[in-house]
Design a protein around this ligand. Structure first.
Ligand SMILES: [Zn+2]
Length: 59
């Protein structure tokens, strides 16, 4: 949990899993509401995409 460098997989900090992981899907970033921006800067949760990868179909 101490990796602050760029992720070669392209996953954003808010992603629960790398893109393409079975059982996961894209969801609107709850932090920026899908705008990808917060206070004029890129949202740290989704990396500015407005989309995060979240687990689906759980339970
Ligand atoms: Zn966001």
């Amino acid at each position: 949990m101490s990796t602050d460098g760029p992720d070669p997989s392209g996953a954003a900090p808010g992603d629960e899993a790398p893109p393409g992981t079975p059982g996961t899907g894209e969801d609107v970033c709850p932090r920026c509401g899908g705008s990808g921006k917060i206070d004029g800067g890129d949202c740290p949760e989704c990396g500015g995409t407005g989309i995060v990868i979240a687990g689906i179909g759980g339970g």
